[in-house]
Design a protein around this ligand. Sequence first.
Ligand SMILES: [Fe+2]
Length: 221
Amino acid sequence: MLSLTRTIAHPTLARTYAGRAVASLHTLPDLPYAYNALEPYISEEIMRLHHQKHHQTYVNGLNAAEEAMSKAETPKKKISIQPALKFNGGGHINHSLFWKNLSPPDKDGGKLESGTLKSAIENDFGSVEAFKKTMNAKTAAVQGSGWGWLGYNTATKKLEIVTTPNQDPLLVYKPLIGIDIWEHAYYLQYKNVKGDYLSAIWNVINFKEAERRLEEVAKSL
Ligand SMILES: [Fe+2]
């Protein structure tokens, strides 16, 4: 999974260990829109901090964990590094997906046109409104920090709503839409009212990107 989001190797960013390149450094991806482009639903202040500080910290932590792992010589040492790899690697994967599954309200944000995704949602949840209601309820119920996901179950070929704690990435299903329910994603604007954040975010969800992910996985089966 990590290799899927590994950034393109840059010659000056390759690390070496014992004279050989062991991995390329991960880097913070650019946002596909301006920091203020999701207003009024997600403020510029949140987007700047979320992207430049929080996501950057996961990128730095992942690079440090991978470097430590490459130098670890015993199973015990490798095992001790795994939690940092999982946390920071998951943070990088999840946020990289998250930025792309948002879009400004005057572009693709909030618009679910007729097509593969809308049909699948209506088949599996009854209606788009019922889907949003269930996804918001399950995401709001995450205890502590975590993520709510619309995922595609490749075994049943159905959409499912699932949550993951902390920065655990969605590994079992193909993630189509992820909603960050860490306080850093909403607190500066919505304070403790998670429900308002979850209602507002649908105005900037990029359903076109979710549909692209669905069609990509369907093609690969
Ligand atoms: Fe986040």
